[in-house]
Design a protein around this ligand. Sequence first.
Ligand code: GDP
Ligand code: GDP
Length: 439
Amino acid sequence: MKPVIALVGRPNVGKSTLFNRLTRSRDAIVADYAGLTRDRHYGDGRVGTYEFIVIDTGGFEPDSSEGIYHEMAKQTCQAVAEADAVIFVVDVRAGLSAQDHDIARYLRSTGKRVLLAANKAEGMKDGPQLAEFFELGIGEPIAVSSAHGQGVRSLIDMALEGLVPEEDEDEAEVDDADRPVRLAVCGRPNVGKSTLINTWLGEERLVAFDQAGTTRDAIHVPFERDGQRYELIDTAGLRRKGRVFESIEKFSVVKTLQAIADANVVLLLIDATEGVSDQDAHIAGYILDSGRAVVIAINKWDAVDEYQRQMLQRSIETRLSFLKFAPLLNISARRRQGLGPLWQAIEASWASARCKMPTPVLTRLLQEAVAFQQPKRAGSFRPKLRYAHQGGQNPPVIVIHGNAVEHVTDVYKRYLESRFREHFKLVGTPLRIELRASR
Ligand code: GDP
Ligand code: GDP
């Protein structure tokens, strides 16, 4: 499970700037898609080889008892509760304030690991300005500049010390075919997660192993279906009660992000009676960022009429357009309808994510695609695409070598993507295309 870092501090100290710096490297990999609105408060962080989840909290006033500030304080407390480490951000230029003291008092009372980041410290390393922050009783202030990136690396090193496994097991080394397929079931409270899981576990063809392995609250349920081993990863909306699961009225973005990160295939459930909510769109955005294989199922299909069905289909096409590679199925967990095709889609998506693409085939497809339609000339340059090879699996990456590749348009890249997708019959997995200039 990825460790979680929460950023806490009063407004304007530089939390969002730090958040953006910690999550930027991931955003750069994933292009912006139409319809994708990112949740600015949660992100996948990466510094060096460390991967973690970052939570940005709003401006925090611990003592507010009503209104928006109260709501923000509540959310901050939840973020702190879910975090493995808290970075308390203060502004060295503005100096220590009464609010900083309040926040420090609260953070000390939580018993969490807290690091004190003295932000905006560019050009004043070890300056006397830092000394006054010792008063907060949090320990030594660590001079950083979120805007310029100074000190951020060692701040994260300290925050994550002992939280990340020493030796990261190299996933690519182990043949995925020998492992159970890890399937995360995501969706808002009440969408039908526990109903679906209980239906699955009650099916005869599916052998559940009666052992609830609980790792940090997430439920991992191993089972087998038609000879294929699976492991269900619940997003902590569920609790085991006897032999069945029931949902607890709680939604945690952090647990959802961790489950997605841990999964091979993500099943996103949408409630037919509610339509696509903002929260659904945010979860879909996290899934896209993760690069995981994904299947979307509209549950409670039994409970809506023909008109509502059409509206739903349309709202998914517009609001989740960035996941249009995902198979879309209509199911009823309660009436056990559509579950066969759902399994087929899950299997097909996982197979697509691991698709092996031989270099000669990729190169031939590339040449055929170019012969059919050349990339546009840009000024006096016409990009020349020479050969292609597979640069990774899960999700598949195709690396294309050529000249003047910086002039290849996004439209053309999508054209190539669709040719490759068609040939390899890829469903449910993102496909990344990287262009490289050959020397
Ligand atoms: P938040 O309200 O805590 O999220 O703070 P923001 O990230 O929005 O930053 C508040 C202001 O401080 C913005 O104008 C930032 O450009 C500025 N800021 C953030 N980090 C730094 C820094 O490292 N150095 C300086 N000089 N300014 C910074
Ligand atoms: P969870 O919070 O995502 O685990 O959702 P639950 O599985 O607890 O389901 C919430 C409610 O939706 C319950 O009352 C279920 O009986 C109902 N529900 C679940 N699946 C279906 C379905 O396919 N059709 C209908 N009509 N109701 C369903």
